[in-house]
Design a protein around this ligand. Structure first.
Ligand code: 3SL
Length: 244
């Protein structure tokens, strides 16, 4: 198994796909997706285009759907939810499909949707992702950070590092055995530096600061937890993720 980390969707190769591709948007899209599925949502359907989301979800009965839209960190007007994982309670999402569009996370999912296996990872469900990789041993794995509008995000790359660190510990192999590119080594180094203070790292992160300016501190605390959700979001059909 060789793991390649890409800090942004824009930095992924265009002429090939991995055997298993993993989208990471710790703040907050993939944390929200894992939480919604953990709370009993029927599925999560991701869109990078808001109008397409509205058109597709319109064919679903209102009591069977939730529309979640975020731009610039704020909820899109007319939508049921913004992009807070804390809104995804069993009472609110149980048995419903979450139609979601965010600034970066859903774009990252779209960028890798052609891979045979597509997963959504965050710190909260990191162990479930590591267990899947150990069990299935895909030859090539891409971990793709969502970033922010094409720029690097500390929180996504530290999560990629957490996944690779978990793999190395479970497999007992060297980092060189696992790493497919330098970004993977950099991600693990970042994680080992900050693994005991991930919330502290989020306070340094540009997107963390953006959310703090919007008084969204509770989401930062929630998303900085590790391995608290045994949920693996896996793509069942293009753009539709279910709980494995
Ligand atoms: O960029 C995204 O996809 C979002 O996760 C950003 S926010 O945390 O909802 O602002």
């Amino acid at each position: 198994m060789k793991v390649f980390v890409f800090h942004t969707p824009e930095s992924t190769p265009t002429k090939m796909v991995a055997d298993c591709a993993i989208a990471v948007d710790v703040l907050r899209a993939t944390s929200t997706i894992a939480t919604a599925l953990g709370s009993g949502a029927e599925a999560v359907q991701a869109f990078s285009d808001l109008d397409k989301l509205l058109a597709v979800s319109e064919t679903w009965a209102p009591e069977k759907r939730i529309r979640a839209g975020e731009r610039g960190g704020s909820q899109v007007e007319g939508f049921d939810f913004g992009n807070s994982p804390l809104d995804c309670t069993p009472e609110r999402v149980g048995g419903r499909r979450l139609f979601i569009s965010t600034t970066n996370g859903t774009r990252a999912l779209q960028c890798i949707e052609a891979a045979p296996t597509v997963l959504a990872a965050a710190l909260i469900n990191r162990r479930a992702v590591v267990q899947h990789l150990i069990q299935h041993q895909p030859e090539t794995v891409w971990i793709v950070g969502s970033g922010w509008e094409g720029s690097f995000s500390l929180e996504d790359t530290v999560c990629a590092g957490a996944i690779v660190d978990g793999l190395q510990i479970e497999l007992g192999c060297s980092l060189d055995d696992l790493a497919g590119n330098d970004e993977t080594i950099a991600a693990v180094s970042l994680y080992r530096q900050w693994q005991d203070d991930l919330l502290g790292l989020f306070h340094h992160a540009s997107h963390g600061k953006r959310l703090l300016r919007l008084n969204i501190i509770e989401d930062l605390k929630y998303c900085s937890q590790q391995d608290v959700l045994d949920v693996l979001p896996i793509q069942r059909e293009l753009g539709v993720l279910v709980k494995a």
